[in-house]
Design a protein around this ligand. Structure first.
Ligand SMILES: Cc1cc2nc3c(=O)[nH]c(=O)nc-3n(C[C@H](O)[C@H](O)[C@H](O)COP(=O)(O)OP(=O)(O)OC[C@H]3O[C@@H](n4cnc5c(N)ncnc54)[C@H](O)[C@@H]3O)c2cc1C
Length: 398
């Protein structure tokens, strides 16, 4: 495998760097690099800049306004954008429902929804999980019953990320209870402003409102909002999951987090010396860096195989497990680096504009919250235990 970029790829990297130097707002990059919370407005402002550049929809064919980057170009974008502090795209519209609409949706659905995703008019959320259906998603119970030209939807979704901002939700619903679980599921697009929908916040360990419960009570959904065929939703859901899992390894994010960790550990003092010179701590950093380098090479192997026409298979599961373990290990070391100052939660210090006195290092305030928030990495997108099941079956043949 040739590990060097070609001249064209290097030119593309220069173009990416020039664009980010010129267009990435400094306040947004500072928030991303400092692990501070981004507002809805921050996301929308950056999305508009990316859309104007034509670089927002990297998974779409050009005919719908996408950009046809090669796997290596996508990799370069990922590496550079993490290094610069670009916000992660909220994936539910652009990277999840859009590929499903493009592949299985009607012409009307393509015309109605794709331009609104590109322009940022619609904010989508994902209605898959339910209180009794997470890893075992096919057991979902939210019911949709066809009545004339409508479906009547009743049930509950949960863990709905950023559902409080969304005006659209794509849902898996049960349309047939008589058949095998997977064969009675349909894929519905639902306007969040329809009467009968209630969104309730779930406040997580870090004190944030990122996820929600969504309740449906006799919600009337036009039949034309069904994607593809009734009872074929499981096929579309699985197609979407291949997009959801792409990039979950977060190698670029881990590299940026490692740089941040080293800077933080250089500023902290232990026994009169910078913490980064402490033997035990520096060994821990070295170990996680070695793990990250190994994962980065595995990631490149997959990029090279996809570039050569292959399809990412169970290797993505392996990378998701290793990648998320590494990121959680880096978050843990950052929390340890500030020691007891990770305990107090001073909300004002989390604000970018705070100009009062800091309890400790000005970068310390979000670290514990970030550590807690990223416990999610090994749960969502298919928990790490489920990924290990896939690896043991598909790669190890057990
Ligand atoms: C922060 C966050 C955001 C999320 N956002 C969304 C969203 O926007 N939309 C959405 O639809 N869902 C979302 N999810 C839900 C997520 O997909 C589920 O949490 C995940 O699929 C796990 O399901 P569960 O929570 O029901 O746990 P369960 O499936 O009940 O699993 C509990 C534990 O058992 C283990 N386990 C389960 N089955 C097996 C098995 N067969 N073998 C070995 N171990 C097993 C799991 O790994 C886990 O450790 C989000 C979750 C989190 C935490």
């Amino acid at each position: 495998m040739n590990m060097n970029y070609t001249a064209e790829e290097l030119a593309f990297r220069d173009e990416v760097r020039a664009f980010l130097d010129a267009k990435l707002p400094a306040d947004i990059a500072a928030k991303v690099k400092g692990f501070r919370k981004l507002s809805k407005e921050d996301h929308q402002r950056w999305q508009k800049i990316l859309s104007e550049q034509g670089w927002y929809a990297t998974h779409w064919p050009e005919q719908y306004g996408g950009v046809s980057w090669t796997p290596v170009q996508k990799h370069i974008w990922d590496e550079e954008s993490c290094r610069y502090g670009v916000p992660r795209s909220i994936p539910f519209g652009v990277n999840m429902v859009a590929p499903v609409i493009i592949k299985f949706g009607s012409e009307e659905q393509k015309q109605q929804y794709l331009p609104r995703i590109l322009s940022g008019e619609d904010w989508w959320c994902q209605g898959y999980s339910e209180p009794g259906a997470g890893s075992d998603l096919a057991s979902l119970k939210t019911r949709a019953v066809r009545e004339g030209d409508h479906y009547i939807v009743n049930g509950q979704k949960t863990w709905t990320t950023l559902g409080q901002h969304a005006n659209m939700i794509f849902c898996l619903v049960r349309t047939n209870t008589e058949v095998k679980a997977q064969e009675g599921i349909s894929f519905l697009l639902i306007d969040m402003n329809t009467p009968g929908i209630t969104v309730r916040p779930i406040i997580t360990l870090d004190g944030e409102h990122e996820v929600n419960e969504v309740f449906f009570e006799d919600v009337k959904v036009p039949a034309e909002n069904l994607v593809g065929e009734e009872n074929k939703g499981w096929t579309y859901a699985k197609y979407l999951l291949t997009y959801e899992r792409t990039g979950l390894a977060g190698i670029g994010l881990s590299k940026a987090a490692l740089t941040h960790l080293k800077q933080l550990a250089s500023r902290q003092v232990k026994n009169g010396k910078p913490l980064i010179q402490d033997q035990t701590f520096s060994q821990r950093i070295a170990q996680v860096e070695i793990d990250l380098m190994a994962a980065a090479i595995s990631n490149l192997r997959i990029v090279a195989s996809v570039e050569g026409g292959g399809v990412p298979g169970a290797e993505s599961s392996m990378l998701k497990v290793r990648g998320t373990e590494i990121r959680q290990a880096i978050n843990d070391l950052a929390r340890r680096a500030i020691g007891p100052y990770a305990i107090p939660f001073v909300e004002e210090e989390m604000d970018q504009a705070y100009d009062g006195e800091f309890l400790s290092d000005p970068g310390a305030a979000p670290l514990a919250a970030h550590y807690f928030n990223n416990r999610k990495l090994s749960i969502f997108g298919g928990s790490n235990e489920i990924q290990k099941n896939i690896v043991s079956k598909m790669i190890l043949g057990l």
